[in-house]
Design a protein. Structure first.
Ligand SMILES: Cc1cc2nc3c(=O)[nH]c(=O)nc-3n(C[C@H](O)[C@H](O)[C@H](O)COP(=O)(O)O)c2cc1C
Length: 218
């Protein structure tokens, strides 16, 4: 039988439930990041579901390391001041336009979720796993944001690694931020022409058939 014939036979064997699950996955595969955000942000039950999705992240040892700090409404302008102060402390010559850019970003982003991890040093679960779990929580939330019809982007930049910004949000080393989710309603139809091209599968996916001199990570 031809490949197309085989594929048709395989598809026909897929149950209705599996097809509906595949459609959900299709929706997930259409996710793309967007920083062009408008009001309204998710609120109420929708925001709760997004946060629940974050709390569904895998977590070695049930450490529950995730910490999500919501920055919204009037707190955004104050957070913008925090960012501006941190930039200025890092670089006294930072131009006022740069400080204003961050003030505006914070004030205009409909909702910011600062995602961090509470690190337990010396715990048998290695620190990198405590960090990765927070990354997984951020990704779960981004997916939930998308599935509910909202838009978002995960950003870091020097501010996410700045001790002043971390402390202002309640993270003292070794606990730390893993980034900010900027969230809102997409400010326009998703532009498929500017969407990040998806990677070539062959560069990323390998079949292991025993030790090999070629290294996928090269
Ligand atoms: C940990 C992390 C930090 C990131 N920080 C930034 C950032 O500071 N600024 C930015 O423009 N994109 C940043 N990105 C990339 C965007 O979140 C996004 O993945 C990228 O724009 C590609 O879009 P896509 O998700 O639609 O493929 C970061 C991604 C990750 C995973």
């Amino acid at each position: 039988m031809s490949n197309a014939g085989l594929a048709r036979t395989a598809y026909a064997a897929v149950t209705t439930e599996q097809r509906s699950r595949m459609r959900m996955l299709d929706l997930l595969l259409a996710r793309q990041s967007s920083g062009a955000l408008a009001d309204p942000p998710p609120q109420g039950i929708e925001l709760d579901l997004i946060l629940e999705a974050g709390l569904r992240a895998p977590d070695h040892g049930r450490l529950r390391p995730w910490r999500f700090v919501l920055i919204r409404d009037g707190a955004r302008a104050e957070f913008g001041e925090c960012l501006a102060a941190a930039i200025k402390a890092r670089d006294r010559a930072a131009p006022p336009s740069l400080l204003d850019r961050y003030r505006n970003w914070a004030s205009r982003t409909p909702l910011l979720i600062a995602v961090g991890t509470r690190i337990r040093p010396g715990h048998p679960v290695p620190e990198i796993e405590q960090l990765l779990s927070a990354g997984a929580a951020a990704m779960n939330m981004l997916n939930a944001i998308h599935l509910l019809g909202y838009a978002g982007i995960w950003v870091t930049g020097a501010n996410a690694y700045d001790a002043r910004v971390n402390e202002a949000l309640g993270f003292r080393a070794p606990s730390r931020l893993v980034g900010f989710l900027a969230v809102g309603t997409s400010a326009g139809a998703p532009d498929t022409t500017t969407a990040t091209p998806r990677p070539e599968r062959s560069a990323h996916i390998f079949e292991w058939n025993g030790p090999s001199p070629t290294t996928p990570a090269a």
